[in-house]
Design a protein around this ligand. Structure first.
Ligand code: HEM
Length: 229
């Protein structure tokens, strides 16, 4: 006799958690990208924006805690879904040639793990200053953390710029499939919203890819002035 799981831990409950947390993370990635694109507006704009976030104090820590909780829930539910899929088919297919699925769909766990590893590396880089420590913690003329100088000096080093580009390509594949899949799971049925389950994921993932990759690339090519960094 099979044990009945509480709704949140059932297959559909776990998939729904993965879908909702995935869309919340997408929201963060989009807002974060828009914030970062201010690097093109210059040192004053980017550093003022970073200071605004820093000055949010308690609110910033609540947002960080919420983001971390959402991230952990997303990863845990991804592993649970993978385990449930495996348990549903303990004997693998004799011929594992996929018929209708894309590369992005088959490599979700792998691309997700690489993106997760990138986030750890990225926080060690820009937030904690463990990676490229020499360019971290400088102040600008107004005594604010010189985030602009840190980003520009960081991406002028090709191994760092390249590692970001590679991570963004994997993020593209993860989002391209993940976003459409999330709307599929959430059961979007209205015909007018059908696009959300189709090309929308690829379009959003493409926007994130172009926006994010542009930053290390334009900096590496010397198109963003360094000033006093
Ligand atoms: C080329 C693309 C990116 C650039 C230039 C960038 C830039 C930055 C910078 C400058 C910070 C530190 C902000 C500060 O100390 O004031 C930061 C923090 C962070 N970034 Fe990014 N980022 C990029 C892509 C991403 C992506 C794709 C993700 C997630 C998938 C991400 C997640 C985070 C997180 C979680 C933090 C820590 C936030 C905190 O300290 O509260 N970033 N990023």
């Amino acid at each position: 006799m099979s044990r009945k799981r509480p709704p949140l831990l059932s297959t559909i409950g776990t998939k729904t958690t993965m879908a909702v947390t995935g869309l919340l993370l997408l929201g963060f990635v989009l807002v974060h990208m828009l914030g970062n694109l201010q690097v093109y507006a210059g040192r004053e704009k980017l550093n003022a924006y970073a200071k605004l976030l820093q000055d949010a104090g308690g609110v910033l820590w609540v947002a960080r805690g919420g983001l971390l909780a959402v991230f952990v829930l997303h990863v845990v539910s991804a592993f649970r879904v993978a385990a449930m899929n495996k348990a549903a088919r303990p004997v693998p297919y004799v011929s594992a040639v996929p018929q209708v699925t894309s590369t992005a769909a088959r490599t979700m766990l792998l691309s997700g793990l690489v993106v997760a590893a990138f986030v750890v590396y990225h926080v060690l880089h820009f937030t904690l200053g463990v990676v490229d420590a020499g360019n971290h913690g400088h102040l600008d003329a107004k005594g604010r953390h010189d985030v602009y100088g840190m980003v520009v000096a960081g991406f002028r080093q090709w191994p760092i710029a390249l590692s970001y580009v590679v991570a963004q390509v994997l993020l593209f594949f993860h989002l391209a499939h993940g976003v459409s899949s999330a709307f599929q799971t959430l059961g979007v049925t209205h015909p007018r919203l059908a696009f959300l389950k189709g090309r929308f994921g690829t379009v959003v993932a493409g926007v994130v890819l172009v926006g994010n990759v542009s930053i290390p690339l334009t900096i590496l090519l010397g198109l963003v002035p360094c000033g006093a960094c």
